[in-house]
Ligand binder design. Structure first.
Ligand code: GLC
Length: 729
């Protein structure tokens, strides 16, 4: 009897213990069952209508079954203004001006997963209000070359940092009943020849560098959609690449959502049908002539593509629709829409992200923060002090409710306490066409420089706002920069101004590294940040005048010169005869600079504060077992300065000896800690088993090789403050 009671107790415990997973499983199983039931009622014509575009940003519907047209919209910085049905031009609704978020490089510069989630939540709310099912974001391609025109839209050179930020961002986004579409899957790391370039990368670089962000987005973030990229990979277009889409995404990772092509990225009916593309987007009227429309119907009829394969595509689409509660949804109308967009709470939330995205790169003699009481006049120089960047440079374009420029932010902060003398200093061109080279980039205006020198001479302090913009030859879609230089003669401008007034601070707005001219050595203060969204000017003013202590860290390396960058030094860029070999392999970003001992201008993970932090008392386990998913590392951080602040403590691993080549260090943990002046906190970072593993192509598996690991804790990839050792058994 007693045994029977114990046994039944065990059964009950086991049931309740796994109940959540059963519950979760049964919820998904219920959705899958519903999808199957709807699928069984569809004709082949109706199925085909669902797997391709019916307008520029929507798919075919099956009204008789309550199956809607899937409505999609860009983009990572906010919901794109409403586009015409059949082209990319704005319809001109006039009520779709919404939130303008910081770029994802800015989000990545915060190293703050909570702010990444906040970013996703805001974007998801606005996407829902605009009546879209799928938000074509986030873009998370690796920063491989400093010249990539879309680096600013993505996050980082490091797959771990991307993974830790993309998961909360997608969870925040999808918590609003809309689907994230993580992009561009995969190896779309340049804009030059993006629609045809054939990327050749080895399996370890693929698995350890280019895919982990997508793996996390799908397996942990639960992304409901993935966008296949324009380029080829090992000879087959990525958007229906058997290895990427069938073997890895849908096979190994068990992705249940839908694969959408980038716009007009499909080129072959049979490959699209058999190798995993679910929805062909970006075509034009007449939409039924494209690869996954009538030609796909004919291919099925001829037995070249199985109806089973079409059913899998449609089942995935139905699964996403059911997850979004979109079946039999009420029709969308824009009544009252504008009042719900860009509400103050959301706009102010973008400022929090922007403030933590600002990176302090230099602060000689603590010239920063500036003290209003110590100045009567301030020279504000630079076209980027008054430039608006929300038009975005390609598909990220939005109609921002507002955008506070740096000059406006300073005017608001200083009021009539300080006299601001503004002059543009250089001839910036914000818009240009796609085709011809915009030679204004090389224009130097001696007259504007002379005016800037005069303004600097008569002012107590100087702030120069420079950097890049979304001109189609700088940071925009479809093109890469020609070099890393600051355009429009900014180097000469800064050199002349700092000669006229040594109390000069430079603020660079750019989503990719730029080469710093000789002026760097004489400029005491340097701030860098990507495009900071609608509250940019206010966030910058808060940091410059010390209301906010900067806590951003570079999510990518600033090389001293372009030739030092691994894609140029070791790899190929932009490729030749239609092919590009990623010869640098794993050695992307700091993995290259540190392993090959190339000194960068500023290292990955670098960023100063108005205060200082002291690290101590690192404790690491003496030994660990390879399968352990919770290797805990502790250490203390003390704020030893005068200001409250936030520090991003980074944890890198290095295997001392391994039969496989491994980079000198790899980021495997980080923590952002708030510390009041004088406060000490103990930081705990937990490493999972993947932290010690590398991908073994022969075994087709992630493996850990027993040996001694250095655990390196630091304030940047090159500022290691504590070192510990552990033995992996
Ligand atoms: C573009 C971009 C992609 C965007 C899509 C729709 O070509 O590559 O990021 O979401 O088309 O605009």
């Amino acid at each position: 009897m007693k045994n029977r009671i114990i046994f039944s107790l065990l059964i009950i415990t086991c049931f309740f213990a796994c109940k959540p997973s059963l519950e979760k499983g049964s919820a998904d199983q219920k959705l899958q069952a519903k999808a199957d039931s709807l699928l069984s009622q569809l004709t082949l014509e109706e199925k085909i209508a669902m797997i391709h575009a019916r307008t520029k940003f929507s798919t075919g519907a099956v009204p008789r079954l309550g199956i809607p047209s899937l409505r999609m919209s860009d983009g990572p910085c906010g919901v794109r203004m409403e586009i015409n049905l059949d082209n990319f031009d704005p319809i001109g609704w006039g009520n779709d001006d919404g939130i303008y978020l910081p770029a994802l490089t800015a989000v990545a510069s915060t190293w703050n997963p909570e702010l990444a989630e906040e970013t996703g939540t805001i974007l998801g709310q606005e996407t829902r209000i605009r009546g879209k099912h799928i938000q074509l974001a986030p873009g998370i391609n690796i920063h491989r070359s400093p010249l990539n025109g879309r680096n600013w839209e993505y996050m980082s050179e490091d797959p771990f940092l991307i993974s830790k930020l993309v998961v909360p961002l997608i969870q925040g986004l999808q918590s609003n009943g809309v689907a994230a579409c993580v992009k561009h899957f995969a190896l779309n790391n340049q804009e030059t020849n993006r629609c045809t370039v054939n990327v050749k990368a080895d399996e370890r670089a693929l698995r350890e560098i280019y895919l982990p962000g997508f793996e996390a987005a799908v397996k942990e973030g639960g992304a409901l959609a993935v966008m296949g990229s324009y380029n080829k990979f090992r000879g087959q277009y990525a958007t229906y690449n058997k290895h990427l889409v069938q073997d890895i995404l849908k096979g190994e990772w068990g992705f249940k959502g839908t694969v959408i092509s980038d716009w007009d990225a499909a080129h072959n009916t049979l490959e699209a049908g058999n190798d995993g593309l679910d929805i062909e987007m970006g075509t034009e009227r007449p939409y039924d002539k494209y690869f996954m429309a009538k030609p796909m119907f004919d291919a099925v009829k001829q037995g070249l593509v199985s109806e089973k394969s079409i059913d899998d595509k449609v089942r995935r689409i139905l699964y996403v629709m059911l997850k979004l509660n979109a079946i039999n949804e009420a029709p969308f109308d824009t009544t009252g829409m504008r009042a719900k967009l860009a509400i103050p709470k959301r706009c102010m939330a973008t400022r929090k992200v922007a403030e933590e995205a600002i990176v302090l790169l230099k602060n000689s003699n603590n010239i920063l923060p500036l003290d209003i009481s110590k100045m009567k006049s301030l020279a504000v120089i630079g076209a980027n002090a008054i430039a608006k960047h929300s038009f975005g440079g390609g598909s990220t374009t939005i109609e921002a409710r507002y955008e506070i420029t740096p000059l406006e932010g300073l005017q608001k902060k200083l009021g009539n306490k300080v006299k601001i003398n503004y002059t543009p200093g250089y001839p910036q061109t914000l818009k240009s066409d796609w085709q011809n080279y915009d030679n204004t980039l090389d224009t130097i205006s001696p007259k504007m420089i002379a005016e800037a020198v005069e303004v600097a001479k008569k002012s107590d302090y100087v702030i120069i706002f420079g950097g890049l913009n979304h001109n189609f030859k700088l940071e925009a879609e479809g093109v890469d920069r020609k070099n890393m230089k600051l355009p429009y003669g900014q180097d000469l401008l800064i050199s002349e101004v700092v000669k006229a007034n040594p109390k000069t601070i430079v603020v660079l707005l750019c989503g990719s590294p730029v080469e710093l001219g000789g002026w760097f050595h004489s400029v005491p203060g340097l701030l860098q940040n990507s495009f900071l969204g609608m509250e940019a000017g206010n966030a910058l003013a808060e940091v410059i005048f010390g209301d906010v202590n900067p806590s951003g860290k570079l999510p990518y390396t600033f090389p001293k010169k372009l030739a030092d960058s691994p894609d140029h030094a070791l790899g190929e860029y932009p490729g030749k005869d239609g092919i590009i070999h990623y010869n640098e392999g794993l050695y992307v970003g700091y993995r290259y600079y540190d392993s090959k001992k190339v000194e960068p201008m500023f290292p990955f993970g670098y960023g100063l504060s108005y205060t200082q932090f002291k690290y101590s008392d690192l404790t690491v386990p003496k030994e660990i077992i390879g399968s352990s998913d919770s290797v805990v590392v502790h250490f203390n951080i003390k704020n030893t300065g005068q200001y409250d602040g936030k520090e991003v403590a980074q944890l890198y691993i290095h295997e001392q000896k391994c039969t496989f080549e491994r980079p000198l260090k790899e980021l495997k943990g980080f923590a952002k800690v708030s510390l009041k002046a004088g406060e000490t906190k103990t930081v705990k970072i937990t490493l999972n088993k993947r932290a010690f593993q590398f991908y073994n192509p022969a075994k087709k598996a992630w493996v850990a090789e027993p040996g001694i690991f250095d655990l390196l804790v630091g304030s940047s990839s090159r500022d290691i403050r504590l070192k510990g050792e552990t033995i992996l058994k």
